[in-house]
Design a protein around this ligand. Sequence first.
Ligand code: G3I
Length: 369
Amino acid sequence: MLLLVCSGFSYAQKKATVESLKQAFEGKFYIGTALNLNQIWERDPAADKLIKSQFNSIVAENSMKSMHLQPQEGKFNFKDADKFVAYGEANNMFLIGHTLIWHSQAPSWFFKNEKGEEVSKEVLIERMRNHITAVVSRYKGRIKGWDVVNEAILDDGSWRKSKFYNIIGEEFIELAFKFAHAADPDAELYYNDYSMALEGRRNSVVKMIKNLKSKGIKISAIGMQGHLSLDFPKVEEFEKSILAFAAEGVKVMITEMDITVLPMPNRNIGAQVESNFAYKKEMNPYEDGLPKDKQTIFEKRYLDFFKLFLKHEDKISRVTVWGVTDADSWRNNWPMPGRTDYALLFDRQYNAKPVVKQIYRFGSSKKKP
Ligand code: G3I
């Protein structure tokens, strides 16, 4: 068999039969994407075609965050979430619920009483229980995995001083997992965070897994979001975290992958959603297209990470990219509005980037027995 060398690694040349990501990774891990409202409601036919042909797992990019699902106490709005679930079921996709407990995009009523004062620990626990129970039980047996807690730890490994943490204490994590498990005992339950390759966060996540497991609380996997840039983090550091989490007996998922090519106004913001900088033209260098040299680095970076995922296919159960085409990516508007980024696998004309074909080829080159 003819061996080709591609971007530093080899694969057996096969007949050009693999034409999608989901085919390339069949039997290894799910390959997913995040859907925005237009895509959930099938108002973007070209994106719809890509989603159905390329991916076998989906997550709602925004529609299942608590501010959308329960904008007022006890008044749920499941319209978009129901449509998302129907879409996934109609297309035989592995459905992910994002996210039950997150400090961001939570409605302000969640933390306040009728006088506008901060609620007690008991009240907040009850609100958590009600929210999680209502949402998880509605989709019991249909949504297969939940991002139960999102982004509770900071880069240095300390707890994020969120309302949940400040009012309840670190116990809020185990309570959230318990409530979710009670509502759907078969659902997979995840802790999800960004900058997971950092040593501080890695160590604290390991501690969290140990703590939950020691108390008999179910945790199925760790979601490493994977909001990457061209030079951060190092593949080796990312790998250390995959190994550290897997060693605790949970699966690992790459849950929100993208690779920004744009300069960062500040190196230390990870994917901190609150970061916000005023638009500056000099910070938007590729409005008219991505130069060849940057594109080459970008493609190598995607390949290096997919190579890593494949190396650890026994530990990784899903790789999800955070959006379908470059036009959809949150990166265009964060941490600075109105920029032109190229963070995803499909371009603004819905075409697969050259790297996608390479991913097809090496993804399918190592079939499981
Ligand atoms: O829909 C409104 C629109 O009506 C309005 O005109 C416009 C004006 O700003 O805002 C639109 O809402 C925006 C929404 O995305 C939909 O585009 C919100 O302002 C904006 O805050 C929201 O950003 C989302 C962000 O989470 C906060 O929820 C991003 O799309 C989404 O990609 C991002 O996803 C997070 C994950 O949930 C957790 N991990 C980090 C990741 C990236 O920040």
